[in-house]
Ligand binder design. Structure first.
Ligand code: AMP
Ligand code: MG
Length: 487
């Protein structure tokens, strides 16, 4: 492919991250692959980023999104970071990813363009630097579904099969995912900065991140405390949004928590079918550390680790700094509860607020757990007569709850119909259910048949439409479903 052709793509890279001290990255090009083949290309996202789709053949895209042809303006680096993994501190870094640069979109926003699975880097430790096709398609499906659900997330621009195998428990086809993010600065990036024992470098990272993601903090009396508070606020909102749709991240290590407030690092994540607060899918999470109901306290734990890194910047007096940071971290629970309740009120059609609403919501959740009700469909069905056909409706306690709830929405000035319309907008019909994700992956990976994968991705773009097949719960109990990390 000619240089002219690559430049036609429309990359408009800037490179602000590499102006940080050299400790924060290592120059690293993607390592060429044998036979790249484009599997998925996100056309709306291409357009949004100002990348031209015209006149380029699938071969040309395959070369671009495999890293076999690197755009002239790219300056690929692997980023350094650290993190608490299941509570244990480790030095990490991009072991299988490189940042090509920051694309400035036509509307002036800045997005990291990162290849995941692009070969070894100085941070690979014992890893091969590669990724398997199944998990990269999985990240594409779920991140794009999250985006359609209006939940802040990194996005997926393309998946290219490399033509090379990767060895896991078995030999699998390799792939590269192109990930788009507001940035890849993580809680773990700040933890890494702390290990440098150089307050100046920490300050440079903090100033850079504030400029990039939280510029309003610069005007505050204590910009670093304001920064901490702003990050806490975004995480409280993010995790409450996960809880509203039954999303379980699965590996909330501090290196997998983005400072910008986007969901990042889709590994063993999954959506819950039947409601149970202790649901956990990840095969390596034997203690349930990252179970559905533990997500808020774990987010707070991670934010405490983040706050610790900022202590030298918040105040010169360590005691005062600790006091201010602790106060902020402690406010997480209240903030989470507030945004969670706001969203749950919308899910059951409440416009106004009553003190007893929280009980009304919790009673419903208890009844859903008792009746092994499908989390997504129970809320969806509540907005129409469909609920009358659900098994949960046969439960007399649910019946009593239902009457109480009807009474509550009927007495609002907006009226019952307005409530039902609001519920339809806040309760998705279609989520990336595990059995459907598995079907999309197995037909794509084992049979090279991409039809179901593409149809499923299209259906997930319209989560609030009751489209048959995609909105159905699994037939069998899904309790044995397991997801895997680091593949
Ligand atoms: P993750 O579980 O995806 O958040 O990754 C944890 C750490 O392991 C990160 O530093 C990754 O870059 C690294 N890692 C995961 N898979 C590989 C691999 N195949 N080769 C090298 N590093 C990897
Ligand atoms: Mg990670």
């Amino acid at each position: 492919m000619s240089r002219q052709q690559i430049e036609k793509v429309g990359w408009d890279f800037d490179h602000s991250y590499i102006k940080l001290p050299k400790d924060f990255f290592a120059q690293q090009s993607p390592i060429a692959v044998s036979n790249p083949k484009l599997i998925l290309l996100n056309e709306p996202l291409l357009k949004f980023l100002g990348l031209n789709k015209e006149n380029l053949s699938p071969e040309a895209w395959s070369n671009i999104f495999s890293g076999n042809e690197i755009p002239e303006k790219a300056y690929p680096v692997a980023q350094a970071y650290a993190g608490h993994q299941f509570g244990h501190f480790t030095l990490l870094g991009d072991g299988r990813a490189v940042l090509l640069g920051e694309q400035i979109s036509p509307n002036g926003e800045r997005f990291d363009i990162q290849f995941k699975g692009s070969g070894q880097t100085p941070y690979s430790r014992r890893g091969d630097g590669r990724a398997a096709l199944g998990p990269m398609l999985r990240e594409y499906i779920i991140s794009e579904a999250m985006h359609a659900l209006n939940i802040p997330t990194t996005r997926s621009l393309a998946v290219v099969a490399t033509g090379d195998s990767v060895i896991r428990d078995e030999e699998l086809p390799g792939a590269i995912l192109t990930r788009v993010a507001k940035s890849h600065i993580r809680v773990g990036t700040f933890q890494f900065a702390s290990t440098l024992n150089d307050v100046n470098k920490l300050k440079i990272l903090a100033d850079y991140t504030i400029d990039r993601h939280y510029p309003a903090c610069k005007e505050k009396a204590n910009p670093y405390l304001a920064f901490l508070k702003a990050v806490i606020e975004r995480q409280a909102l993010l995790v409450s949004q996960w809880m509203h749709v039954g999303f379980i991240h699965g590996v909330m290590n501090t290196d997998n928590m983005s400072i910008s407030g986007e969901t990042i690092d889709y590994g063993p994540c999954a959506f819950m079918d039947r409601y149970h607060p202790e649901t956990v899918f990840s095969s390596i999470d034997r203690q349930g550390r990252y179970a559905y109901c533990n997500q808020p306290p774990i987010a707070q734990w991670n934010l405490a680790r983040f706050a610790e890194t900022l202590l030298p910047l918040i105040d010169q007096d360590t005691d005062k700094s600790i006091q201010l940071a602790s106060q902020s971290v402690n406010s997480f629970s209240e903030q989470f509860q507030k945004t969670w309740l706001q969203g749950m009120r919308q899910k059951i059609g409440l416009f106004d607020e009553e003190a007893s609403d929280v009980n009304l919501i919790n009673e419903l959740l208890v009844l859903m757990q008792k009746n092994k009700a499908d989390y997504t469909l129970t809320f969806r069905h509540l907005s129409s007569d469909a609920i009358l056909e659900d098994t949960i409706f046969k439960d007399v306690s649910f019946n009593a709850w239902y009457k109480k709830w009807l009474h509550r929405i009927q007495k609002q000035t907006e009226g019952e119909e307005a409530s039902r319309l609001m519920m339809l907008k806040h309760n998705p019909a279609i989520i990336p259910r595990n059995y459907l994700v598995e079907k999309a992956l197995s037909t794509a990976v084992n049979d090279q048949d991409y039809r179901f994968l593409n149809d499923f991705i299209a259906a997930l773009q319209k989560p609030y439409e009751d489209l048959k097949v995609y909105n159905e719960p699994p037939l069998d109990e899904d309790t044995s479903y397991q997801t895997f990390c680091g593949t």
